[in-house]
Design a protein around this ligand. Sequence first.
Ligand code: SF4
Length: 466
Amino acid sequence: MCGVLGILGNYPLTMARGLLLLLAHRGQDASGLLWVVGNEATSSKSIGNPDRIFVPEIASSQILGSTRYPTTGKRVASEEDLDTFVGPFNVGDLSLTHNGNITNMHSISNLKFDCDTEFIAVKLTQNLTENNGNLPSAFSALQSEVDGAFSLVGVYRGKLFAYRDSHGFKPLVFGRSKQKTIVASESTVLDMAGVPLERDVYPGELLIFGDGGTMESYSISQSLTHSHCFFEYVYFAHPAATLENQLVYDVRFRLGRVLAQTFLKMNLERPDYVVPVPDTSRPAAQAMAETLSVPMREIILKNRYLGRTFIVRSQEERDAMARSKYLYLDDKIRGKIILVVDDSIVRGTTAKMIVADLKKRGAAKVYFAVTCPPQTHPCYYGIDISTDTELIASTTEIEAIAEYIEADALIYQEEHTLSNAIGLKDLCLACLNGEYPTEHARRIREELQEQGASSIERDYERDFSK
Ligand code: SF4
């Protein structure tokens, strides 16, 4: 998960940085802006959120932006790492940035790359050289070789281009006004720039934008079914974003409504309050509260200014970070039955801590409801849960998870109710059911079964020939 931005049309860099802030929730590891003046591309990158990026007080007619969430390479720890791991990247006439994760980078290239965005930039440059600078041909070659998720935006010889892989894993939308064209991971960026949302970039579609709002569309690769990442709707995307014509807020609300029905079927004691774990689960908690006719109370509050305090290296640090993440309204908890709503349970650390905190403050019972079904498999397409060991549900049954987090009941979303609530047929659900949509990811799973898992490497960064 990363955020990408592309602007064609004279635009102040400080305002571009402001637009990039709307994608900060997609990656807080580091961020970068690149702009072209004349034929020269300049970039400025920063650890953490985009407001730290230094930009001069000038405008540029070609701007790219990126917020990074690390799924290849390490987390950015120093200024030197910025050049190595953080987009946008420039190679010759081409500059680009991308969201997603390439799963076969190490098996199709003899060169060693630290970051898959740089890999795509180098690969595409080679393809452009071999195809006389023809972007559609270069992308055809790229799509036929590369496995994984990639929604990307770039500039090439004065044009802005956008491409979304044939499965359409990660979102990418665009809009045009008379003065400018904007491509971004989420529609909120267009709203803020005052550019109307035109549509999503279709899976397998290459768009090339020129001055004056011209647009060429090329169908590079077509997949019979698409695989939009369901987790965008559950967790990643901003609730105000519209993806595939679905307002994310509405999807989260519907997830809460169906979860309330599951809760009712369990015949549990009526809760006194429905309590969201901030911020993602608020719409779902609201819907559960309305459906169950129980008041919603924001008893758990986020320590908003915690930010990117430290790099998590151990379980001890993870626990410490989790502990400092939330504050509680103590006097609303004693003697109450509380139905907590969260978006997901990954390792179970946060859920266990919240239940313990509420009980320590005198809660009579704590039920824990999760808008995402149990995540049993790692993601190879853009979230950094890259091995089975990071997921409690990969080895533990629901009842045992409830016991582990010490909840009085654990209510999970079901896969079919999740799909219905999102309202799209073509979803990637690989982290729920192990059905990976791409060939190389399936091969990784086979290799893992044969050779066993490594405890230190991401599955897709492992060389199985060793
Ligand atoms: S495996 Fe899960 S998180 Fe990864 S792209 Fe598919 S649905 Fe999204």
